[in-house]
Design a protein around this ligand. Structure first.
Ligand code: F6P
Length: 328
């Protein structure tokens, strides 16, 4: 498959994440440093299908490292899920003389990249960009650290009003099917209880037990972080259940929603994005394909897409213990 690379395409796909701009910038500048052309593709795979692209130079990405969102914009492209959509995309790849592609996104984006690569014998690498941190083979995804800090800042504010009114707040955070944001932001924000989809027994019974022990230990207000994934009940059902069974609690619900995806990227996300963007271009030039560029023990590493997309991520059990102890 390897041939001389003269032009690399880069796109952002799926849910946007803070640090995606920094990753695009790193890819563009890595291309410049190797004397390779770079084409930015708008709106993810949709831009490939619709031939919506722009040449990017080192100066085109000035003043982008500090910006949230993605200036190439993103999309979840249904047409690309079908083989016919990928044929159209590949025709535009050939038309624009793109020799290889960098896909910045999450698991859905990598699944598409993997298919494109296999069906058309085309060189593709991925960079994990999602706030969810739900990809195997990388310690962190770009955007996760910023989202954690956003959640902690929001919960700190909620805590002010919760303690002023002796209230119980159920705060829903993003993460699709992963509890990483909930667990880590929950510990960081000092939550009394954290409900995540990975652990079945962290459900409503545990919450009720924890509310009772909190009361006994003299707590007057409580913050409970609820991951948006399946924790047995959705957050409104949870509120109704608590109100019915513990009527002495004054319960409020706060769904943080898409504000978790916005904002300027943290320094950690910017550095991660730069590291992975540079390595992505190196990897393509070395002839790598069908791999994600992840980070492991501070080193950028190539991880086969099949590993990145496997569902074998292990929950950090020690964090559960830490959460239990520090919320006493
Ligand atoms: O994957 C990132 C994410 O923000 C998830 O945490 C969330 O479940 C989902 O995207 C929301 O997607 P949308 O922006 O399409 O509503």
């Amino acid at each position: 498959m390897t041939k001389e690379i003269k032009k690399i395409g880069v796109l952002t796909s799926g849910g946007d994440a803070p640090g995606m701009n920094a990753a695009i910038r790193a890819v563009v500048r890595a291309c410049s440093s190797h004397g390779i052309e770079c084409l930015g593709i708008y709106e993810g795979y949709k831009g490939l299908i619709e031939d919506n692209m722009i040449p990017l130079y080192a100066r085109s990405v000035a003043n982008t490292i500090n910006k949230g969102g993605t200036f190439l914009r993103s999309a979840r492209c249904l047409e690309f899920i079908e083989p016919e959509g990928r044929v159209k995309a590949y025709e535009n790849i050939k038309k624009n003389n793109i020799d290889a592609l960098v896909v910045i996104g999450g698991d859905g984006s990598f699944t598409g990249a993997q298919k494109l690569s296999k069906e058309h014998n085309f060189q593709v690498v991925g960079i994990p960009g999602t706030i969810d941190n739900d990809i195997c083979g990388t310690d962190y995804t770009i955007g996760y650290d910023t989202a954690l800090n956003t959640v902690v800042e929001a919960v700190d504010k909620i805590r002010d009003t919760a303690s002023s009114h002796n209230r119980l707040f159920l705060v829903e955070v993003m993460g699709r099917d992963a509890g990483d944001i909930a667990l880590n932001a929950g510990i960081g924000a000092g939550a009394e209880e954290i409900l995540i989809p990975e652990i079945e027994n962290l459900g409503i019974d545990r919450l009720m037990h924890s509310l009772d022990t909190s009361r006994e230990s003299g707590k007057t207000s409580s913050i409970v972080i609820v991951a948006e994934g399946n924790t047995g009940m959705n957050i409104l059902e949870m509120r109704d259940y608590v109100c019915k069974h513990r009527p002495d609690y004054d319960v409020r619900v706060s769904v943080l929603g898409h504000m978790q995806r916005g904002g300027a990227p943290s320094c950690a996300d910017r550095v991660l994005a730069c590291k992975l963007g540079v390595k992505a271009v190196d990897a393509l030039l070395e002839g790598q394909t069908n791999v994600m560029i992840g980070v492991s023990h501070r080193q950028a590493v190539c991880v086969d897409f099949s590993v990145a997309l496997s569902k074998e991520r292990e929950l950090d059990k020690e964090l559960l213990r830490v959460a239990d102890i520090t919320s006493l």
